[in-house]
Design a protein around this ligand. Sequence first.
Ligand SMILES: CNCCCN(C)c1ncc(F)c(N2CC(C(=O)NCc3cnc4ccccn34)C2)n1
Length: 409
Amino acid sequence: NDDSSLESIVRRFQDSMSSVKRHKFWETQPVGQFKDVGDTSLPDGSIELPTPLSEVKQEPYNLPSPYEWTTCDMDSEETCTEVYILLKNNYVEDDENLFRFNYSKEFLRWALRPPGYYKSWHIGVRAKASKKLVAFITGVPARIRVRNEIVKMAEINFLCVHKKLRSKRLAPVMIKEVTRRVHLENIWQAAYTAGVVLPTPITTCQYWHRSLNPKKLIEVGFSRLGARMTMSRTIKLYKLPDSPVTPGFRKMELRDVSAVTRLLRNYLSQFVVSPDFDENDVQHWLLPTEDVVDSYLVESPETHDITDFCSFYALPSSILGNQNYSILKAAYSYYNVSTKTPLFQLMNDALIVAKRKDFDVFNALDVMHNESFLKELKFGPGDGQLHYYLYNYRIRNALRPSELGLVLL
Ligand SMILES: CNCCCN(C)c1ncc(F)c(N2CC(C(=O)NCc3cnc4ccccn34)C2)n1
């Protein structure tokens, strides 16, 4: 992909055009504007006041004529499969188009049905003629604390337009429609992430990867053999013990929900932005669900207190165009709390159980206290960044990633 090839010139031109159009849209939205960065006269908090529900647009936004809105019932096996296939074939890819996220159906049902969810926020677009699902965007409700204010928000995710319908300007109208449906539930703020820069990130995080199966990662092009490294030397470098080393390290169970909620709430209170989880939230988001989310804790053998907690979610990627492998099994660090066990030891135990579950790589963002263990546990920096955004909520001074206590799926 040399820079002079016509293909890469066209791609760069299209990217720059889409980024111009992207800012045209976002300059019309109540989000921190680039021109306002550093303007200390603007207060933190809500940018626009809520409008009376009677004044919220009652009918859906207009779509281009061949398309129609649909609400995706994730309880329906058939609809859930349609959503799964759309994302599997059209969702986020890496810059070299080697990988594409392959969120599983069980994962999507978990991610989209937390306590208090609204089916109306699982929005699809169908082609009227074929009834095919061609686009998707979702919201789920969340209580997010920003400094000492708890704000009801929508977490917006899974914005996906079929590859064949790109640059038809569907994304802006889908964003407006999910915003309208969120407003109808009297919620006026939202949180979302993107791999691209939009007005205006509250923080920008770096991906880090810890090889668990270096031979496969090198074979599929996820990693490269280090300079002056042989394959056998690389395999030895990333080798892990067969079992966790911390006494009392075990899977989380239903009976642990209260203790884990106390531990997590206390830990997350130190960050500027974090979820305000209650026991129902902890039970949904952190109780282990096979092939979706795994969580472990340390129960002190002496006192039986629960002193530490770690969790990761399973987000495989399709490997596009490798003869020997079709799926990259990736674990993503979720929420981790250490009060007695050193965080690097707790996370090393997480790596050990992830390897035992046959994951190929363990990904983590440099949020919360993750930076303290990344290098020591042999994580390498990734090539992508994840920008975090709030809708209709200004935070004048961008956060450091270590001040962020929120992980979106
Ligand atoms: C809130 N919503 C975020 C969606 C999930 N996001 C984009 C994400 N959260 C955490 C990560 F740590 C992460 N990645 C580590 C980097 C990586 O693994 N890059 C190679 C790669 C393998 N598979 C894919 C698929 C798509 C893009 C890059 N890929 C990207 N990505």
